[in-house]
Write a protein of this length. Structure first.
Ligand code: ASP
Ligand code: MG
Length: 817
């Protein structure tokens, strides 16, 4: 025997009814099948609404009544269109009869002027009864024998009309007496049982899962299948957390904990009995029959120790009772627990403390009105006797719970990750609590941002993905190239659980943004049509708004204005990666300030590309210094353009032609004057020197000027190149003079041990590592405590959009180190 239960969404319309009938018939071939049916989607809610509305204003909302009736009549009409042999008239009569009964019940309520629980149960369970009739007729139309079971007569419940509990042992005995033919399909309406007087009672909202449990136990089923509209139990609610995924297996204990702490897939009351009778349960999807779903058993075969899910309960109320004497604590909590259990109110995270004489617990807002008042009433005696100091109520709390066997094994890691996620939302933890059986860890928060927080924690803890949220400013050669690399590398990184999301792309005038990820296949078009004006402040607030875990602002501009804002960018929660040398080469005070702020706010401030473009210079230096090394002397060719220009001089090319050529190859700044003025090299040298700990300013660097003074006023590119021609002879002379000594000219930056820095043209001979550096190559020669007399040399292309972008990309991965 196998028990199948179909929930409301699986029975939402005629097609769904037919679909369910074929799922049943598919299984009939291998096993005898018992079926529990819920009411069609939303019908129970509508029936409940009739009663609520009546109770509120004492008028029966007749339109709801009519709508429900219409729904059922339409349903069987539609079924009849699909199966023309469907006994539509017979079922129509049953439906009409049921609605007459409903009408009578409503009349009865009006006479009484209130709705007793007994009548409430009869009204609210109507949908289940009709579902069972309608399905029985479909199966019979298709040539099957069906036995319809009456749960009022078979499932013996206690006297609670609304949240009844069934005596499984006695019900089982009743089932034993039943005679059901082997070939019959068994159908039973869910949600319903009967008390000792054979009166109809219901099993609490969503109680037909519990019916399925009871039927599988009473029919000795070897499995219970709960058919719903999702692929099983998920790691979190898939309707709100898009990255939640179905679990292939889970223990009863974990399922119970998840259900109790807010997961909506299976009713908590249905799990314990299944566990006791050791009947495995599968959660399956009616819309995706072939999906294996989630198997719930006593012990999982695989991954028994991993974290299974994250749930949350919002609108929780904390009640804290301060007593005068600790001997009263047990007595008070007994009274409260009895009251809450009588009222069927779930209690969460109950704590008693004998040291502070307190009892605290949480209840859900929907379960109870004025809970504080009610508790006061119950503890009236104690209050009179002045045994209670105060009762405190705090509303609007959220309980987030992480569930998995052996949760304590991971507690430090989990709490660390939670704290990190919460920090982004400026949230403080109100309380942390463990379940005694080591299966869940709950944190209590006061927040309006619960979904976003759950999303973050879920990605971080369950999916183990580490997101990096990228805000790119500057989309010239380097910025655009970087986006290409991100697009290329993204999938590869995702396999390593690193998720690169580009959320903002901006230039100095406008920007585009996407909360999750800008489509990088189409960003140029999107950018071209964007009408969003760029203000830095506008994009900075997005970090807090969306709670990005690892936000990074990448500065690919050359803007002093942006560089001036680094402190406030960091304070807004960003890491910074910059290819903009303006910041690190500004005044020492500003330089130190950005570094200190980054340190204070625990943010990364990375600038690998400031020196040698993509060459691994800065990071290596940092590591060297960390390991105790210090500089004795540095010498290098730090500029791709100057390397290219001076290299050509070796081959008797004039300085003006060489500059033109370097410009053509893309090595120079937009105006090559900036290269030849030496200022670019000086900035890089300054950054390097500061990295070694020298406190110097740009003005401290001696720059040997290549260009005569009158060049300073020439800002036009063409004019500059024309004027440059006038220096050709002078340069050729210098080159030839060096050649006589078997030397070449190089544009060299030097840092001495005492921190003095200079940039100048040097004659170098064949023995110098600088001799062969040309064509845009850079070289960095470090003589340090560890590297001498043979220096540490790093050489390679030190300019160009591609290598610079690759340098930024390597910084990007350092964000999460
Ligand atoms: N129809 C009932 C309800 O919605 C029982 C169930 O669906 O489980 O509460
Ligand atoms: Mg339901």
């Amino acid at each position: 025997m196998k028990t199948l239960k179909f929930g409301g969404t699986s029975l939402a319309n005629a097609n769904k009814f037919i679909q369910v009938s074929s799922i049943i018939l598919n299984q009939v071939k291998n096993d005898q099948i018992a079926v529990v049916l819920s009411a069609p989607a939303n019908i129970t809610n509508q029936l409940e609404k009739i009663i609520q509305k009546y109770t509120f204003n004492h008028i029966v909302p007749i339109e709801i009544f009519i709508n429900i009736k219409k729904f059922f009549l339409q349903l069987i009409d539609d079924i009849n269109i699909i199966h023309d042999k469907y006994p539509i008239n017979k079922i129509k009569k049953k439906i009409t009869l049921k609605f007459k009964q409903l009408n009578n019940l409503l009349d009865h309520i009006q006479t009484l002027n209130y709705c007793p629980d007994k009548i409430y149960a009869q009204i609210i369970s109507m949908g289940e009864i009709l579902s069972a009739y309608i399905m029985k007729a479909i199966l019979e139309t298709l040539g099957n024998k069906v036995t319809l079971l009456d749960p009022v007569k078979l499932l013996l419940a206690n006297n609670n009309y609304i949240n009844a509990v069934v005596d499984i042992h006695k019900s089982k005995k009743r089932f034993k007496k039943l005679k059901i033919y082997k070939q019959d399909i068994i159908i039973m309406p869910g949600f319903i049982a009967g008390n000792q007087f054979n009166e109809l009672v219901v099993l609490g909202r969503n109680g037909s899962d519990y019916s399925a449990t009871l039927l599988s136990i009473c029919t000795n089923s070897h499995i219970c299948e709960i058919w719903t509209d999702v692929n099983g139990i998920y790691t979190s609610d898939p309707n709100t957390i898009s990255t939640a995924r179905p679990l292939s297996e889970i223990t009863y204990q974990e399922a119970l904990e998840l259900a109790y702490l807010g997961a909506k897939v299976i009713h908590p009351a249905s799990i314990k009995p299944l566990q006791y009778y050791n009947i495995p349960c599968t959660i399956k999807n009616t819309n995706n029959c072939n999906h294996p779903g989630t198997l719930i058993t006593n012990q999982n075969k695989n991954n028994s120790d991993i974290i299974k899910g994250i749930t949350y309960l919002s609108n929780m109320i904390l009640i804290k009772i301060y007593s005068i004497k600790n001997i009263q604590i047990a007595n008070i909590s007994n009274k409260i627990l009895k009251y809450l259990s009588d009222k069927n109110i779930s209690v969460y995270l109950l704590h008693q403390s004998l040291s502070s004489n307190t009892i605290s617990f949480y209840v859900h807002k929907n379960n109870t009105l004025n809970i504080k008042k009610k508790i006061k009433k119950i503890l009236n005696k104690e209050i009179q006797k002045k045994l209670i100091e105060s009762i405190i109520e705090i509303k609007n709390l959220n309980i987030i719970s992480i569930v998995g066997n052996n949760i304590k094994k991971y507690n430090v890691k989990i709490i660390k990750k939670i704290c990190l996620s919460l920090e982004k939302f400026n949230n403080k933890i109100f309380e942390i609590s463990y379940n005694i059986s080591n299966i869940s860890l709950s944190i209590v928060l006061h927040t309006n941002n619960i979904i976003n927080i759950i999303k973050k924690i879920h990605d971080f803890i369950i999916n183990k993905t580490i997101p990096i949220n990228i805000f790119l400013i500057g989309i010239g050669g380097v910025g655009s190239e970087l986006l290409k690399i991100i697009l290329e590398q993204r999938d590869k990184l995702e396999k390593k659980f690193i998720q690169l999301n580009v959320n903002v792309i901006a230039n100095s005038t406008k920007y585009i943004t996407n909360k999750t990820n800008i489509n990088l296949n189409n960003w140029t078009h999107e950018f071209a049509v964007s009408k969003k004006n760029f203000y830095l402040k506008k994009i900075l607030i997005l970090v807090k708004k969306y709670g990005y875990l690892n936000p990074v602002l990448i500065d690919c501009t050359a803007s002093q204005d942006i560089a001036n804002e680094y402190n406030s960018i960091i304070k807004s929660g960003f890491n910074i990666i910059t290819a903009n040398k303006k910041s690190n080469s500004s005044l020492l005070l500003d330089y130190l300030s950005v570094h200190q702020i980054a340190n204070k706010y625990d943010k990364k401030f990375l600038y690998e590309t400031h020196v040698g473009a993509g060459l691994p210079i800065i990071d290596n230096l940092k590591n060297l210094i960390k390991s105790g090394d210090h500089l004795i002397k540095f010498q290098g060719i730090l500029s791709g353009s100057m390397s290219c220009i001076f290299g050509q001089l070796d081959d008797d090319i004039t300085i003006s032609d060489a500059t033109k050529q370097a410009q053509k190859l893309g090595f120079t700044e937009p105006n090559p004057k900036d290269d030849l003025s030496g200022i670019d090299v000086a900035r890089k040298l300054l950054i390097l020197a500061r990295e070694f700990g020298y406190s110097i300013e740009l003005t401290d660097i001696k720059i040997e000027k290549i260009l005569p003074k009158h060049f300073e006023t020439i800002n036009n590119k063409k004019k500059f190149l024309l004027q440059l021609k006038k220096l050709n002879n002078q340069f050729t002379e210098k080159v030839n003079y060096a050649k006589c000594k078997n030397k070449v000219l190089r544009y060299v930056g030097t840092i001495k041990g005492n921190g003095s820095c200079s940039v100048r043209i040097k004659e170098v001979d064949n023995n110098s590592p600088l001799y062969h550096i040309k064509n845009g190559e850079n070289i960095f020669v470090f003589y340090t405590k560890y590297y001498q007399p043979i220096p540490l040399i790093i050489r390679g292309y030190g300019a160009g959009n591609k290598v610079t972008a690759s340098g930024i990309f390597s910084d990007l991965l350092r964000i999460i180190l």
